[in-house]
Design a protein. Structure first.
Length: 200
């Protein structure tokens, strides 16, 4: 799935309207530009950041394309605002100080290597998001995260494993699976302001 800038703008506006609609007791309208893509299954994450400090305020999503994009965005937006266990629920008055970002994900693909040390060569910062998985442990980091933190590929692998509740070097251990995916990322510049597509 590839979205135009117009669709990306409408997607972010829709995610914000879902959150604002929750407080106002109204359902958001689906923009005409999204009628078709909203029916396609896709993974998606909604990220909320404080403005202007750019501190994380909530981030929830669906790594796998298990439901139509419209349903996924709606559920992720509400969950990012109200259910992220790392933060208290967003209050109505905070919406003026929060920037909304939506990441539309490609389907995660298993990274196949003969030697786990080769994962470093297969991961490209600024292109790939990662999922670490071992047994019941699973963790995900979006492509924009290592760019923002200025990590190299090895640090990105370490941090993804820790996000999964594993040791940093778990990617080197037998039984650990690493998946990668890409994302189209659309974000507000300011609260309710113009929307742009992030180029990492």
């Amino acid at each position: 799935m590839s979205l135009s800038l117009e669709q990306g703008r409408d997607l972010v506006k829709y995610a914000r309207s879902v959150i604002e609609g929750y407080f106002a007791g109204r359902k958001p309208e689906i923009p005409e530009s999204l009628n078709v893509v909203f029916k396609e299954d896709s993974g998606v994450f909604v990220t909320l950041e404080t403005y202007p400090k750019n501190q994380l305020r909530g981030c929830i999503g669906f790594p796998e394309p298990i439901m139509p994009l419209g349903n996924a965005v709606r559920q992720a937006a509400l969950a990012a605002a109200l259910e992220d266990p790392r933060f208290p629920p967003v209050g109505r008055g905070e919406l003026e100080k929060i920037v909304v970002e939506v990441s539309v994900l490609s389907k995660p693909e298993l990274v196949k290597v003969k030697d786990p040390r080769d994962y470093v060569k297969e991961v490209k910062i600024g292109r790939d998001g990662l999922i670490a998985e071992k047994g019941l442990y699973r963790g995900l980091l979006l492509p924009q995260v290592p760019v923002e933190w200025k990590w190299d590929a090895e640090e990105f692998l370490n941090e993804t494993c820790m996000k999964a509740g594993l040791s940093p070097d778990a990617w080197l251990a037998p039984g650990t699976k690493m998946y990668k995916f890409s994302a189209q990322i659309f974000s507000e510049k300011t609260p309710r302001g113009g929307v742009f597509e992030k180029q990492l």
